[in-house]
Write a protein that binds this ligand. Structure first.
Ligand code: NAD
Ligand code: DAU
Length: 331
């Protein structure tokens, strides 16, 4: 199988490529990535001699057409992915998440290629803390931020291209990922690397917001289950029953790094901050037989802390510029 992976130099995409090289020797991988601030070729260094890397933009229709023509399956991870950035400057989110997805869909339509679309649980908006329901594939779309609204727009394009043009596509909406190679702008790596630097972790608002954590390896094994067995036109929600509030996550990071559990600062809240995400992944589990391998968040988080401690050379070049942006935001 020839596989085109967009965004393969980012967090989840690079882990996906590592996984594929390790477990799928029959797959030939080409990565298309623009290497924005969030992409890093160093994330692919361990597998560099086993893949083809193309630096380019998913909105470049000629380039995309050539690469799609030469593949069997497209897995589309590339995106502007950080909510805080989308609140400062939404335009790159519209460009990459909406126009980029449109460009890929037109190419897979022309060349009749299988397409898997990586999306997020944030398209469904948020839940109250005491809401008994979780997100399901039937939950109405209700995105809150420029990031999540552009991801929702991209999902709707995919659904329309399936129905109107018969494109052979599937969609997955996953909850919050953690693990190696995640950019230090994101919550968990930001706090781990702050602790390494002797800086107190930063908790937005009161820290009661809940995220449904899943290890990136479990996300990617679910993506493979959908590529292998997913029904065309279907949406699968990916989650590992990992709900935890931000305050508890920070306290666990402090405990795992040998710090007092209260050694963090409360900072101003994110505007429009979603309260809670929670995934019901029963369709994926019953229909495709998928189950997460990482059963405990504590063990997965401890391994992630150890990874950032051992791989400072990977994250150090991004750290100062990232924190300088947060200083401007007052967070
Ligand atoms: P990331 O920001 O770490 O990586 C994004 C990658 O896309 C980078 O390598 C970047 O260089 C590349 N890219 C950005 N714009 C591009 C463009 N115009 N052309 C080509 N490449 C471009 O993101 P991530 O956290 O790995 O997320 C990957 C996907 O998974 C996204 O679609 C995101 O919406 C989705 N997702 C993420 C999470 C999460 O918790 N991180 C959860 C659910 C879904
Ligand atoms: O739910 C899936 C989504 O998860 C993905 O679609 C996004 O691409 C991904 O970035 C993530 O979005 P969040 O906004 O939930 O992730 P983030 O890491 O930015 O923040 C997680 C929570 O932690 C959120 O409630 C905000 C809070 N936070 C974040 C930072 C950076 C803090 O309290 N302090 C911080 O310093």
């Amino acid at each position: 199988m020839r596989l085109l992976v967009t965004g393969g130099a980012g967090f989840i995409g690079s882990n996906f490529v590592h996984h594929a090289v390790r477990d799928r020797p029959d797959v030939q991988i080409t990565v298309l990535d623009a290497l924005t601030y969030a992409g890093d070729e160093a994330s692919l260094a361990p597998v560099a001699d086993k893949i083809t890397f193309v630096q380019g933009d998913i909105t470049d229709a000629d380039l995309v057409d050539r690469l799609v023509a030469a593949t069997d399956v497209v897995v589309h991870f590339a995106a502007e992915s950080h909510n805080d950035n989308s609140l400062e400057n939404p335009w790159p989110f519209v460009q990459t998440n909406v126009i980029g997805t449109y460009t890929l869909l037109e190419a897979v339509r022309r060349h009749d290629k299988r397409y898997h679309h990586i999306s997020t649980d944030e398209v469904y908006g948020d839940l109250e803390l005491d809401d008994p329901d979780r997100f399901t594939p039937e939950t109405p779309y209700n995105p809150s931020s420029p990031y999540s609204s552009t991801k929702a727009a991209s999902d709707l394009l995919v659904r329309a291209w399936v129905r109107s043009f018969g494109v052979r596509a599937t969609i997955s909406n996953c909850s919050n990922n953690y693990g190696p190679y995640q950019h230090v702008e994101k919550f968990i790596p930001r706090q781990i690397t702050n602790v390494i630097d002797g800086v107190r972790p930063k908790l937005y608002g009161t820290g009661e917001n809940v995220r449904d954590w899943i290890h990136v390896e479990d996300h990617n094994s679910a993506v493979w289950a959908i590529i292998d067995g997913g029904r065309i036109g279907e949406t699968y929600l990916i989650g590992a029953d990992g709900e935890m509030n931000n305050k508890d996550v920070i306290e666990l990071i402090l405990e795992l790094t040998g710090q007092p559990r209260d050694a963090y600062d409360l900072v101003s809240d994110r505007p429009g901050h979603d309260m809670r995400y929670a995934i019901d992944s029963s369709k994926l589990r019953t229909e495709l037989g998928w189950a997460p391998r990482f059963s405990g968040f504590r063990d997965g988080l401890a391994a992630t802390v150890a990874w950032y401690q051992a791989n400072e050379a990977w994250w150090r070049p991004q750290k100062d510029a990232t924190e300088a942006k947060y200083v401007q935001l007052g967070r």
